[in-house]
Design a protein around this ligand. Structure first.
Ligand SMILES: Nc1ncnc2c1ncn2[C@@H]1O[C@H](COP(=O)(O)OP(=O)(O)OP(=O)(O)O)[C@@H](O)[C@H]1O
Ligand SMILES: [Mg+2]
Length: 248
């Protein structure tokens, strides 16, 4: 469904993506693992065109979207929902306004219908009667779930999760993993999730890929990754300071 071909992205002399090749199949959850600062968020942002790659292509359903015009780009982006790292809610907007943000901008819907969708999506992530609250009044886990409700508000086909479980307690993290699995089933989503939480990665992934020094260095099902002989993968999944990955 999404094919990333030889993608490069640098910021000045910081060469972040150096030839990323990755295919995401329809209906699967692809988890991208890798150390902090390896470019996982940059990769997600290039998929939704918040960043332009320097070189390479992103194909979606047979179309090269890196070469798409404005109209095509808009239609393409409508098919995505994104959960940004750290939830990234608008602080000055209520929960209702946050969740309905895209709906109000993109679709001409009556207020009643918007309220219904917001209520329904909040219920899907296990929240109710918090429409009037502001992000500062919510816990970290609630913020993540509101951000999830916002990401699914527009019925996306593809959802991108950037660190969905980071910074919440293990029980909340597991609840978020369950939500991700549940939404995949209910909404037939194709997902790309970025994380360094290996418990979450193993639970939600159909396949996993490791990003290291700007490239995908290994890929497979959770079972294959667990058994991998690749020393980079071994070191990462065991969380060891010893191995081929240097700390600085
Ligand atoms: N807009 C930007 N301008 C300049 N440099 C950037 C920009 N966005 C990211 N970078 C740089 O790109 C590199 C990769 O950043 P990125 O946020 O993708 O890392 P990450 O793998 O998501 O890390 P983490 O796990 O900590 O979230 C970093 O060196 C970062 O400083
Ligand atoms: Mg990141």
């Amino acid at each position: 469904m999404i094919r990333i071909v030889n993608l490069y992205k640098s910021f000045g002399s910081n060469h972040v993506l150096r030839g990323v090749d990755l295919e995401i199949r329809k209906g699967e959850t692809m988890v991208i693992i890798g150390r902090s600062g390896e470019g996982k968020s940059v990769l997600l942002k290039t998929i939704v065109k918040l960043l332009e790659p320097d070189h390479g292509e992103i194909w979606f359903g047979g179309k090269n979207i890196t070469a798409a015009g404005e109209k095509e780009k808009e239609a393409y982006l409508r098919r995505f929902g994104v959960l940004f790292q750290g939830a990234a809610l608008f602080d000055s907007l209520s929960v209702e306004e946050n969740v309905s943000f895209g709906l109000r901008r993109m679709k001409n819907l009556p207020e009643k219908e918007i309220a219904r969708i917001v209520r329904e999506r909040l219920a899907m992530v296990g929240l109710r009667d918090i429409e009037g609250k502001y992000p500062s009044e919510l816990s970290g886990g609630m913020k993540k779930r509101v951000a999830l409700a916002r990401a699914i508000a527009m019925d996306p086909e593809v959802i991108l999760y950037d660190e969905p479980t980071t910074g919440v307690d293990p029980i909340m993290a597991d609840a978020i993993n369950d939500l991700i699995l549940d939404m995949k089933k209910k909404l037939s989503l194709t997902s790309v999730a970025v994380t360094h939480d290996m418990v979450s990665a193993y639970k939600i992934a159909d396949r996993m890929a490791m990003l290291h020094e700007g490239r995908i260095v290994g890929m497979g099902t959770p079972a294959q990754i667990k058994k991998s002989r690749n020393p980079l993968i071994r070191q990462f999944i065991s969380g060891s300071a010893q191995g081929p990955i240097r700390l600085v």
